[in-house]
Ligand binder design. Structure first.
Ligand code: ADP
Length: 227
């Protein structure tokens, strides 16, 4: 398989183009991520981190430039193929967990797999394995509201990895947690990423966490620059 998991080439994105409130967010941003690499994306609020993650994760399309995942150019895929690629190849984690409140932790990790045609028994086995790896096996039958903030995020990581994506995109994944919890939850995330050989692009304001990743890139004036 191709060694590069993600290649963003010369990606540009402007909101409200041609209008008085036009915002040129990305101006030729390029980034290549190798398999297994964990990259910190650091930039101030409003610099375009979420926009970049959404484009890399096929939730949004660039005005110009290309998005290649696992060696396949995704830039001009139709909606159907784009959704299928996103579901199979990309996992997302946000600052807020976005778990389904009426389902247990286990079910939250099982459901995306059923949507991807995995058998119920295989989906449950994988969900239990993932939950165990991040230390929440005993909480599997609890609904999100009965879990702590740190536990909720751990479950959200498992859900993001449920369909064994090659790329994890995370937008301030520990940003809602107190510093001690953030530290532990980040360690759990890194353990999971290393265990599964996943590549991860993790937006953060926290330089201490950023320094624990393989490398740091910045988003500056709409372009990616190395640290
Ligand atoms: P960050 O994640 O670094 O905080 P964002 O990617 O969310 O940055 O936003 C970058 C800029 O683009 C901001 O100025 C924001 O207001 C603007 N923006 C984001 N999404 C939209 C949108 N859908 N329509 C118009 N402007 C947007």
């Amino acid at each position: 398989m191709n060694e590069d998991v993600l290649a963003l080439e010369d990606v540009s994105k402007t909101y409200n183009a041609g209008k008085p409130n036009e915002v040129q967010v990305l101006r030729g941003a390029s980034l290549v991520m190798k398999r297994g690499e964990v990259v910190a994306l650091v930039a101030p609020s409003g610099a375009g981190k979420s926009t970049l993650l959404h484009i890399a994760g096929l939730l949004d399309t660039p005005d110009q430039g290309s998005v290649v995942i696992d060696g396949r150019d995704m830039t001009r895929l139709g909606d159907h193929a784009r959704t299928a690629a996103r579901r199979g190849q990309v996992g997302f984690v946000y600052q807020f967990h976005h778990l389904l409140p009426e389902f247990s932790a286990l079910e939250n990790v099982v459901l995306p797999q059923l949507a991807n045609a995995v058998s119920p028994s295989a989906a449950e086995a994988r969900a239990r394995d993932l939950l165990g790896r991040v230390g929440v096996a005993e909480r599997a039958d609890h609904r999100p509201a009965a879990l702590s903030g740190g536990e909720q995020q751990r479950v959200a990581f498992c859900r993001a990895l449920a369909n064994a994506p090659s790329l994890l995109l995370a937008d301030e994944p520990t940003g809602n947690l107190d510093p001690a919890t953030s530290d532990q939850v980040f360690a759990a995330l890194m353990g999971l990423v290393r265990d599964t050989g996943l590549s991860a692009l993790i937006a953060t304001h926290n330089m201490e966490l950023a320094r624990r990743m393989d490398r740091i890139v910045r988003l500056d004036e709409g372009q990616i620059t190395a640290q």
